[in-house]
Design a protein around this ligand. Structure first.
Ligand SMILES: Cc1ncc(COP(=O)(O)O)c(C=O)c1O
Length: 395
């Protein structure tokens, strides 16, 4: 296959704006903040049209002009697909709303949207000749890292909280990742990775501590724009842990506009968390720019059990700029939502996805979203990767 033209110009500190060269391996900026990849968007504008993407296959790799991978040989693939947007008409009707849909990320390799970010991080690691990668994870990201790293011939070390669902731990192990169970939460795992980085020669791929996972996650924004005929929804409900997907989509919309593919209207971005771990919701309610770490974090929605996010200020900024908000739901509401959606629409959400449904119901009841708004929920993993709750009948 012919090489794609590439448009990366530099990396930029998300806090200070300081610039860094693109073609070197990077972690955080000198200010200790996430780095963002910047492209020559005027040149992309001249190179692509909406039609450019219509005939392309290859899942998220088809947006290569907007991605930092320069050579086809560095692409690492396990058969990525464009994830479907599934209408939930019966539930919309029941709630008195016109329209509700969910983007189902559970169809990706390793059964979650973590495939997007880790495919990109591993591809860039491959391009830079990295031999060993490491990360803290609540499960899904570790599985994606292990799978893509093994595919690329790179070693992976994965640190999970000891109560991570067993299916995730086994999946990581089977895919060739070296798993360490840690008596603590994801931030304790992150500390172990940071401490071992020098000694072990790891490329640390913790959420937003390197610049490439977000580039993969942002493809959710490209994909949904293309799927919706380049008209974005009114609101996006996103299950927010580290927030990479939310920040990534917000970045994607700006890039799409600069490249002439969409106009200036934007969805309201809604960050959904669990009441047992809601640092972003608390910061939002306080009008703060940063979120204080959450103590004693707990929720059945493991993927959003993130007590402190390094990209907190970027999440809060996207909520503010988009006119969105942050909202928390409790574990019973998550379970009830999961059962209700499965029973009504035949669609099995993961707990984090069910949190977005429960949050939408609550926001609708409180008038924070209107019944005419075109809302898109995110189901970021296959419901089959989790212990299943019992419904209230047929068992
Ligand atoms: C299923 C699921 N949903 C949501 C999230 C949160 O994603 P983000 O880090 O982009 O906020 C995760 C992260 O582990 C997850 O596994």
């Amino acid at each position: 296959m012919a090489e794609f033209p590439t448009f990366t110009v530099h990396l930029e500190c998300s806090s200070t704006g300081a610039r860094y060269p693109a073609d070197e391996l990077h972690g955080l900026s000198d200010a200790g903040k996430p780095l963002l990849v910047r492209y020559d968007l005027n040149a992309i504008r001249r190179a692509v049209t909406r039609e450019t993407f219509a005939g392309r296959a290859g899942g998220f790799w088809k947006y290569r002009e907007f991605l930092p991978v320069r050579k086809n040989a560095d692409v690492v693939s396990l058969g990525e697909v464009m994830t479907p947007i599934i209408e939930l008409p019966a539930l919309a009707r029941r709630a008195g709303a016109q329209h509700l849909a969910v983007k189902d990320e559970g169809r990706l390799p390793t059964g979650s949207f973590k495939a997007r970010g880790l495919a990109l991080a591993v591809a860039m690691a491959k391009a830079f000749g990295v031999r060993r990668m490491a990360m803290p994870t609540n499960g899904n990201a570790g599985a994606a890292l292990a799978a893509y790293a093994t595919r690329a011939g790179i070693e992976s070390d994965v640190f999970c909280p000891a109560d991570t669902p067993e299916i995730n731990v086994r999946e990581i192990d089977l895919a060739g990742g070296r798993v360490t169970l840690v008596d603590g939460l994801i931030n304790d795992c992150g500390r172990l990775v940071a401490e071992g980085r020098e000694r072990m020669g790891w490329f640390d791929v913790s959420t937003l501590k390197e610049p490439y996972r977000i580039e993969g996650k942002k493809t959710m924004g490209f994909e949904l724009a293309e799927q919706l005929d380049w008209k974005l929804p009114d609101a996006i409900f996103y299950p927010t842990g580290g927030g990479t997907g939310l920040i990534g989509m917000w970045k994607a919309f700006d890039e799409l506009e600069a490249a002439g593919l969409i106009g200036s209207s934007r969805p309201r971005m809604v960050a959904v968390q669990a009441t047992g771990c809601a640092p972003i919701v608390r910061a939002w309610q306080q009008g703060a720019d940063h979120a204080e770490p959450w103590q004693n974090a707990h929720t059945i929605a493991a993927g959003i059990r993130v007590p402190g996010a390094i990209g907190d200020f970027l999440i809060l900024r996207a909520l503010r700029e988009s006119g969105g908000f942050a909202i928390a739901v409790n574990d019973s509401e998550i379970n009830e939502g999961l059962v209700e959606v499965a029973r009504t629409e035949g669609f099995l959400l993961c707990p984090e996805g069910a949190a977005t449904y429960a949050a939408w119901r609550a926001a609708l009841a409180e008038g924070r979203v209107g019944p005419h708004e075109n809302v898109l929920l995110f189901n970021c993993a296959s419901g089959l990767k989790y212990p299943l709750p019992k419904g209230d009948a047929h068992l």
